[in-house]
Design a protein around this ligand. Structure first.
Ligand SMILES: NC(=O)c1ccc[n+]([C@@H]2O[C@H](COP(=O)([O-])OP(=O)(O)OC[C@H]3O[C@@H](n4cnc5c(N)ncnc54)[C@H](OP(=O)(O)O)[C@@H]3O)[C@@H](O)[C@H]2O)c1
Length: 358
């Protein structure tokens, strides 16, 4: 018996479009492998929506992708329209076996996600913001067990699944978790280790599109702090973002002003980073930007780690999570892999969708 799964997707940016492509590519395989027919019944961007309760055709989805690729809005297509709230979309597009997917970078989706859960739908997030608001909202979103969020930490690398499906239910005791959860900051710290200048690395990361248009958004560490918060809450620790000390990689006096002025001022930090790398090297250590969770608390910042440790061996933009637990006490359980990029992220989202509906 074939089961039909109906997707409502918020967001058609890089990850959203990669997800539509992946769903289209996987359709035949999912039909024979799982007996699941996966279709789209609604898609939204920041202003508009397209809804078809019978499911959009391959051609219609391709046209939406092409329009979004060219920077258009869904309302520019004949089957798109200027939308009202996302809750309205959940209302209109309801039904059996619905999964709501949030691949926006917005904190405005929470009410629609809560409504979807209230209706009994499943929810999948790549968007960290709803889970990084208050602990109470995190609890409301996750308590039903019908919401998954693998792609919020480490993109497709199964960090959350390892915690939720291997470590926590096996009654293993977590002593600490250490991880590198920013591809951009991994690129910078391994570049520093190779003797390159901080300012040159930041500029290159920006040119390669590894950073946000304003690199301070990555260098400030808040994105990593949100990931640490999500991990901590997954462990059941009732933390708020303000409880997590976050070390920024630039001083406070460089936080205002244009991106151009920031990039021009960066060389003044080069010498102090060179000295830090050198000091670490004399101790057999190297620098990594680390999220650390232990004893109910989380911290995020630049740390010296032993060169031969899993974190010290990490290269380039890969992400890594090392779980030090009662079971994995001699050597930690380590997950490592590409922790950014639209395809890996879309892969993590799709695996969550299938896990919820099988
Ligand atoms: N890219 C990665 O490697 C990566 C890795 C892990 C996790 N993530 C997470 O995945 C999410 C998506 O990333 P992305 O790179 O695809 O971002 P993006 O390219 O900026 O796309 C965001 C999309 O969300 C839409 N949007 C914004 N506000 C909305 C709202 N209120 N309602 C509905 N749609 C809204 C935007 O609409 P418009 O098209 O109208 O602007 C756009 O289509 C983010 O939360 C990001 O942190 C990304």
């Amino acid at each position: 018996m074939m089961k039909t799964i109906s997707l409502i997707q918020f967001g058609l940016g890089g990850v959203g479009r990669a997800l539509v492509e992946r769903v289209l590519a996987a359709r035949d395989e999912f039909e024979w492998r799982y007996g699941l027919h996966v279709r789209y019944i609604a898609l939204c961007d920041s202003r508009s929506a397209a809804i078809d309760l019978d499911g959009f055709s391959f051609t219609q989805l391709r046209r939406m992708l092409a329009a979004k690729e060219q920077g258009q809005s869904l309302e520019d297509l004949e089957f798109g329209y200027k939308r009202e709230s996302l809750e309205d979309i959940v209302d209109i597009a309801g039904g059996e076996d619905v999964v709501v997917v949030d691949v926006t970078a917005s904190d405005e989706t929470t009410p629609a996600l809560l409504l979807a859960l209230e209706r009994g739908y499943a929810v999948v997030l790549a968007n960290k913001k709803p889970l990084a608001g208050s602990f109470e909202t995190f609890r409301q979103l996750t308590q039903s067990g019908r919401l998954r969020y693998e792609a919020t930490v480490g993109a497709g690398v199964p960090v959350i699944a390892t915690l939720r499906e291997a470590i926590i239910p096996s009654f293993d005791r977590v002593f600490r978790i250490e991880g590198c959860f920013s591809g951009t900051l991994g690129f910078l710290t391994t570049g520093l280790e190779e003797g390159r200048l901080f300012s040159e690395l930041v500029r290159e990361a920006q040119e390669l599109g590894y950073t946000e248009p304003d690199p301070r958004e990555d260098l400030g560490g808040m994105d990593v702090a949100r990931k640490a918060l999500i991990l901590a809450r997954t462990l059941g620790w009732p933390l708020e973002l303000k409880h997590i000390p976050v070390e920024s990689l630039f001083p406070a006096d460089m936080s205002s002003g244009s991106v151009q002025a920031f990039l021009q001022a960066l060389p003044r930090l080069d010498e102090s980073y060179r000295q830090k790398v050198e000091a670490a090297r004399t101790r057999g250590h190297t620098l990594r930007y680390v999220a650390r969770l232990a004893d109910g608390a989380a911290t995020v910042g630049l740390r010296e780690v032993p060169k031969e440790s899993a974190l010290g061996q990490l290269r380039g933009s890969d992400n890594l999570a090392a779980f030090h637990t009662e079971v994995y006490n001699q050597t930690p359980l380590v997950l490592q892999g590409r922790g950014a990029g639209v395809h890996g992220t879309a892969a993590g989202v799709l695996a969550d969708i299938i896990a919820l509906v099988r």
